[in-house]
Design a protein around this ligand. Structure first.
Ligand code: NAD
Length: 439
């Protein structure tokens, strides 16, 4: 285990449409968002200096045996931004673009997200720099287990609790749980169920966790629509990313009468002005692993996707998609950020200038961490709640968070992202003032 302070200022990643881009530092964007809100609310300087940096950054290099007998060494990360409100909490991502800069940004966003949702968690995030599609299932299992072993006590049910993110799922959480339990003394193993959330139901997962992030996005789109007297029945939407978040969001919008007209994922872009059935597409994607080749829509391009006229765009893939270059192309009324960090600060400015509303990531996709909290509570209490109870509690919590952000936006006459930061930072500022700093 080693601690790194490397700052990756830019990195290469494959962006939609197969374009290879030099990416800006995502952590710089987080810092710019943080500074804007901290200046505006005159955040206490001591709290500001604590929150401006991450607490712990762990980088592990670990060897794994491949199916053909070769050995490969992988690099994994876990960054813990802050735990003033409770244990570090945040997903694990398996992706070639994972690096210290990205994980640092994602961990920081988790702190704000938990604070806005008013749940007793801090912020953490991790991942492995790899393309999981290149490995067999047995290799993926060994990589996951060896990574868990390498992290050791960096994670723990009352200390730092991972969950699924891009290219990780409930199966991967089950392997992490089993590995973590196996490393514990026998008499302690049964108390470890809540070391990860997003587990399969049979292994201690919560009903409603699989759809939770998408469900939260939809609850908030409904609130936005109510507030703006906007009729969702007959409205149109587009989605970038058709994985856990994107697919659930558009499937849950379907019963509200919202028509899906274009979808982009890592395999390509499809569009159909008459509507794409998200349930049918989900069955296709499960089998084919992407939207490309879906027969009930036409193949399209990244540029055409961005220009699609629709009421709602749900970015639910990766960071830095709505930028100075792409924001002028959008033809929508609302951007509901299912993904973390899909809009950079230039993109933000342009959306505001063009009068496009925004439900910011740290509010909009908080359904996942909220239901993760419910799963964690159920594990600690040896309970399993009914789906209706989970959905009802999620609704109450996320709509209350929406109300807090709306209030802050009004009070400071400011955009919703900055308002969401103000809500998070105010809560943390109070806690630091009450507790003081040891010694
Ligand atoms: P996922 O792996 O289930 O799906 C990711 C989707 O993005 C896939 O459809 C993939 O094809 C697409 N994608 C990847 N690279 C792309 C590219 N270059 N261009 C276009 N599409 C691309 O991941 P997920 O869990 O749905 O996460 C998506 C986003 O939502 C991430 O930003 C994640 O951090 C955020 N998020 C996830 C959760 C959760 O509970 N899973 C919670 C909060 C936020």
């Amino acid at each position: 285990m080693s601690v790194t302070t490397t700052v990756a200022r830019s990195r290469r990643a494959r962006l939609p449409g197969g374009v290879e881009h030099r990416k800006r530092s995502v952590y710089d964007d987080v810092t710019a968002q943080f500074n804007r809100a901290a200046d505006l609310m005159k955040l206490d300087t001591n709290t500001r200096s604590i929150l401006a940096v991450t607490m712990n950054e762990v980088v592990v290099h670990f060897p794994v045996k491949m199916d053909d007998g070769r050995l490969e060494v992988f690099t994994g990360y876990r960054v813990q931004h802050n735990n003033a409100l409770g244990p570090f909490k945040g997903g694990l991502r398996f992706h070639p673009a994972v690096d210290i800069d990205e994980v640092r940004a994602l961990a920081t966003w988790m702190t704000w997200k938990s604070a806005i949702a008013d749940i007793p968690f801090g912020g953490g995030k991790g991942g492995i720099q790899m393309d999981p599609s290149k490995y067999s299932l047995t290799e993926l299992e060994r990589i996951t287990r060896r990574f868990t072993f390498a992290l050791g006590n960096t994670i723990g049910p009352e200390y730092d609790i991972p969950a699924p993110d891009v290219n990780t799922n409930s199966q991967i959480m089950a392997w992490i749980l089993d590995t973590y339990q196996s490393m514990m003394p026998a008499h302690e193993r049964q108390r470890m169920l809540h070391v990860v959330t997003g587990k399969p139901i049979e292994s201690g997962g919560s009903l409603g966790r699989d759809k939770a992030t998408g469900q939260g996005v939809v609850f908030l789109i409904r609130e936005w629509a109510k507030e703006h007297n906007f009729e969702l029945k007959g409205a149109t939407c587009t989605v970038q990313g058709f994985g856990n978040v994107g697919s659930w969001a558009v499937r849950l919008l379907k019963p509200l009468g919202v028509k899906l007209v274009a979808v982009e994922d890592v395999t390509g872009v499809i569009e159909n002005g008459d509507g794409i059935d998200p349930d049918d597409l989900a069955r296709y994607v499960k089998e084919k692993r992407g939207v490309a080749g879906y027969a009930r829509a036409r193949a399209s391009t990244h540029l055409a996707f961005l220009r699609t006229k629709a009421d709602i765009l749900i970015p639910a893939a990766l960071e830095n998609q709505i930028t100075a270059t792409t924001a002028p192309l959008l033809n929508v009324r609302l951007v509901a950020e299912g993904a973390n960090g899909p809009t950079d600060p230039d993109g933000d400015r342009l959306l505001q200038k063009r009068g496009i509303d925004l439900l910011p990531d740290i509010l909009c996709n908080s359904g996942g961490v909220i239901v993760s909290y419910f799963e964690w509570l159920q594990n600690k209490r040896s309970e399993s709640w009914e789906l209706q109870e989970v959905d009802c509690k999620l609704y109450k919590r996320i709509v209350a968070a929406y109300g807090r952000v709306r209030e802050a936006a009004k009070r400071y006459s400011v955009d919703w992202r900055t308002a969401a930061y103000v809500v998070a930072l105010s809560r943390l500022e109070k806690v630091y003032k009450e507790r003081g700093i040891f010694p």
